[in-house]
Design a protein around this ligand. Sequence first.
Ligand code: AMP
Length: 395
Amino acid sequence: MKTLNDFDFKNKKAIIRVDFNVPLDENFNVTDTTRIEAAKPTIDAILAQGGSVILMSHLGRPKGAEEKYSLKHILKTASEILGVEVKFAENCIGEPAQTAAKNLQPGEVLLLENLRFHAEEEEGNVVFAKELASLGDIYVNDAFGTAHRAHASTTIIAQFFENKKCFGTLLAKEIDSLNKVLNNSVKPVTAVLGGSKVSSKITVIENILDKVDHMIIGGGMTFTFIKAQGGKIGESICEDDKLDLALEILRLAKEKNVQVHIPVDVVAADDFSNTANTQIVDVTVIPDGWQGLDAGPKSLENFKKVILESKTILWNGPLGVFEMETFSKGTIALGDYIAEATEKGAFSLVGGGDSVAAVKQFGFEDKMSYVSTGGGAMLEMLEGRVLPGIAAILD
Ligand code: AMP
């Protein structure tokens, strides 16, 4: 796996695919700088060696060149964060990009206009990718959030760099963290899978059954498993067409010696609302008119024991409807347990889908070993797929 360490960037132009798809307010101010900060270590390292940097990214989902999606809006913020004045090319290909790239001096940073102003980006157009490639000497992919897309700048471009391509610091860290959980893990390994639906997690579950010792199932998925085993789930969310699948997962887990932990009690509510009436009930006898919206205290005790004994923990998906305070306690408690296990030396990875939002909202970000930056990309990796953006560098 080639990283920045495999190259000398002195007097070289690195063309880096970053993920600067940041949120902007109505005055085009960047409201969350996380993604720009995440790309900083890679950019800094190249500049420090005496190289120059050409940054390419998408922003939003423009239809053609729409002013409101121009990356020029982020120039000021990017310059502040990177500590250098970031130059700008008003088109990512053609004369503006070529001239700006040609004139770029060691220590300088150039940002190209939004890649998605050209439909060729998402089409994975080879000619477009070749034009981008002509701007730099070494290709660096540091955009994990788009690594699962075979777009021109994330994948197709790599073929024009033979041996001169590598992963940036951020992307390398993502791959390394996932490897620590799925391939080089210290046992016991526990995966916590929450969220709303079995159907959206099934491929993840199937893939990780071979890698883990414990699987904690929580969130809305719980009720498909409970109903499949004959429990009464009231009005709880359930995928009736996945009952057989749930039983099959339990059978497979047994066959593979994976211990499955499902909530035994839940916080049931008489309405899907923060102000609903609630009661703690046994998960197999939820009364009619009530729905389970969070894990109950006995379940949390069970989960705590498992988590604190684990040496490797993967967390994907909340244990309840964490967006409503009344049903956020299970998810917060789980975060606390994982934080405690991490402090005691376990490796914990949070990622995929919605879990990162929960982790940030409750302030667990710094207490986990690694919080993934890519929702969809991480989910696909957990499913065991080789992401095109990663494969293109390894090629
Ligand atoms: P996912 O994107 O699959 O990780 O699912 C996250 C969503 O699952 C969050 O928006 C939660 O509110 C939701 N969720 C978690 N537990 C439940 C539950 N018991 N009933 C309904 N939705 C839930």
